[in-house]
Design a protein around this ligand. Structure first.
Ligand code: TMP
Length: 261
């Protein structure tokens, strides 16, 4: 499977501001002449949106964790097949609001399903696709939850409150899970998302712009596929680490997982 684009995912607890930040980053990339493909999970396709309604509907409370896991995986497989993989093959930057790490954090750490089971399911094509970079937006769990619940009240008709209704303990497990994920593997950047929106946006841009800029340079210079992936790997590895807390290097995860694992 040849990949030429760059796949960036955004993760975080409820109310961490991912969606706002993705919107801002997309605007900035468009200004730079690198229009990204912006998508989200669950969702991004007709089937994904239908599964999203089911999964987030408070009326689905009590769904067995395994059912939940398989529905997220089903939505993701369709999303990768129809949206993410084709966009990467066209050389696009893909910004995705949640991805596999959300399943590891919510269904794994939150619900208690074995991480190994989740990873095994995500080794079957097309689920083997891994991001080049994952940005974890960190915010105090209670503060984020309050923000998300306020938003849900304002949008009363959204019908998406099932996870916001989970206990504080559940969300604490999710947050701790995300943190553990960033320690256990490479390819993550932790971003302190508690500050003003503009400051958080700057930190994110510092990681993403050099990566995205490489795509534009490559487009202009007609590289062969081999040269392209060498440049891509070295740019990912050089992505600056300042502006975030902790986290390991980005490059190796992208390399090790390219083409699926
Ligand atoms: P969001 O669009 O507000 O992030 O809502 C998606 C919700 O779905 C959020 O509560 C996290 C949850 N979720 C999972 O539990 N597992 C997953 O794999 C994904 C993608 C999301």
């Amino acid at each position: 499977m040849r990949r030429r684009g760059i796949f960036i995912t955004f993760e975080g607890v409820e109310g961490s501001g991912k969606t706002t930040q993705i919107r801002r980053l997309a605007r900035r990339l468009r200004k730079e002449g690198i229009p990204p493909v912006v998508t989200r999970e669950p969702g991004g396709t007709a089937l994904g949106d239908a599964l999203r309604r089911l999964l987030l509907d408070p009326a689905s409370a009590g769904m067995p964790p395994l059912t939940e896991l398989l529905l997220y995986a089903a939505a993701r497989a369709d999303h990768i097949h129809r949206v993410i993989q084709p966009a990467l093959e066209r050389g696009r930057v893909v910004l995705c609001d949640r991805y596999l790490d959300a399943t590891l954090a919510y269904q794994g750490y939150g619900r208690g399903l074995p991480l190994d089971l989740i990873r095994r399911i995500h080794s079957v094509p097309p689920l083997g696709l891994r991001p080049d970079l994952t940005l974890l937006l960190e915010i105090d769990v209670e503060k984020g939850l309050r923000r998300a619940r306020r938003r849900d009240e304002a949008l009363r008709s959204s019908g998406e409150g099932r996870f916001e209704a989970e206990s504080l303990e559940f969300h604490r497990r999710v947050a701790a899970g995300y943190r553990r994920l960033t320690l256990s593997r490479r390819g993550y950047r932790r971003i302190d998302a508690s500050g003003p929106i503009g400051e958080v946006a700057e930190k994110i841009a510092r990681f993403v712009l050099p990566l995205a800029g490489a795509i534009r340079t490559e487009r202009g210079s007609r590289k062969t596929a081999g040269e392209h992936s060498r440049i891509h790997r070295s740019v990912v590895a050089r992505t600056p680490r300042s502006g975030a807390r902790g986290g390991a290097g980005v490059g190796r995860r992208a390399v090790a997982r390219r083409g699926g694992r």
